[in-house]
Design a protein around this ligand. Sequence first.
Ligand SMILES: [Fe+2]
Ligand SMILES: [Fe+2]
Length: 410
Amino acid sequence: MKKLIINMLKIILPILLLAAAPGITTPATPKATPKTAPEKVSPVCGPYVQNPEPDGFTVLWETNMDAMAWVEVAPDDGSHFYNRDRKRYFDLRGLGNQYIGTMHKIRIDGLEPGTTYRYRIMMKGVLDFTGTGNPRYTKPWGNDVYKGHPYTFTTPAADRDTLRFDIYNDIHQRDADLDRLMKAAAKEKPDFVLFNGDMTSSLISRDLIRDTWLRTAAANLEGITPMYVLRGNHELRGRHASAWMDYNDLPEGLPYRTASWGKFFLIFLDTLEDKPDSDIEYGGTMLSEPYLKAQAEWLEKVVESDGCRNAAVRLVFAHIPPDRNGWQGDRNVEEYFVPILNKAGITAMFCGHLHQWRIDNPGQRSSANFPVVINPNCRRMEVTASPEGLSLKVFDLDGAQTQSWSCPAR
Ligand SMILES: [Fe+2]
Ligand SMILES: [Fe+2]
């Protein structure tokens, strides 16, 4: 028995001693092998410019990976961009943190009206950020200002008395057609471009907006010409309809908004779907009424504002035109918005949606006391406005003029 106990102790003791030794009781967890070839960060869409104001503008772009981003801004004073450190603007959506994501929206503010600035987009990809305070970055990337040129942007002058803009709508994902239309207009430099809805047909994936028109639009506008984007009824459709908000800079978080360009006051409306919410096409996803009501309350305040009342010309933009005998969407515009707009002295309203050219004279199809201009699908409408009135031309895919129209201001 004594011999048996001694033999058992010979086996157990070394194990107990080994277990008691510090640092070797638990095998260390193998460390993750660091990536040997870091990915490079680069833009996959943009930059593009939205919400131009006399004192600022917003630069947006998408990166191929999660990144932190900033914009460097320099005056257009003839100095080289590398002349000195340039003022940096960051994405403030991190609310105290640096914002990390693939979609970057950076507001440049504190600028002088009617002044040209140069800018450069900058980013560093975030490779690993699994713990706390240990992010690992790619080498930073910025657009070339050594041999290449920085982007430029001119803030709207407060006293400007002409306005030139182009409208595209109802492209419905025909990216090549949009490219043709925009390339044909490349020599024309409008003050801004409006994409007035139905640029896509159904947002069945998040990337559809980028891949079917936005990347093309951004490339043609070269980070210089600002764009406004409104939703068409088709941008309400699909599981990824909310991606539309990701790709746009929404003041107050809302698609409807106003803008002032010198003597011109612009109202952008969000007209939602075209059929009743209960229609089988929407599968129970629509909830129009509270949103339209809130928008109408906002519009009441807009038409009473000094900006609207003091402007020489007031223009309205919306995807769906008003029509008292039309579909639910047309009737919504007629009933929610037109009575309010009738108090404002609107010169004209610009719509799409119908896929055909049409001018609705005041009172013709709605109670509007202003004309409603409907741009056909896959066309470019070129508008010139002054305090005397406005004139427009419509061009087809071959660059041939197909329509023209003009009206006095009121
Ligand atoms: Fe359409
Ligand atoms: Fe439409």
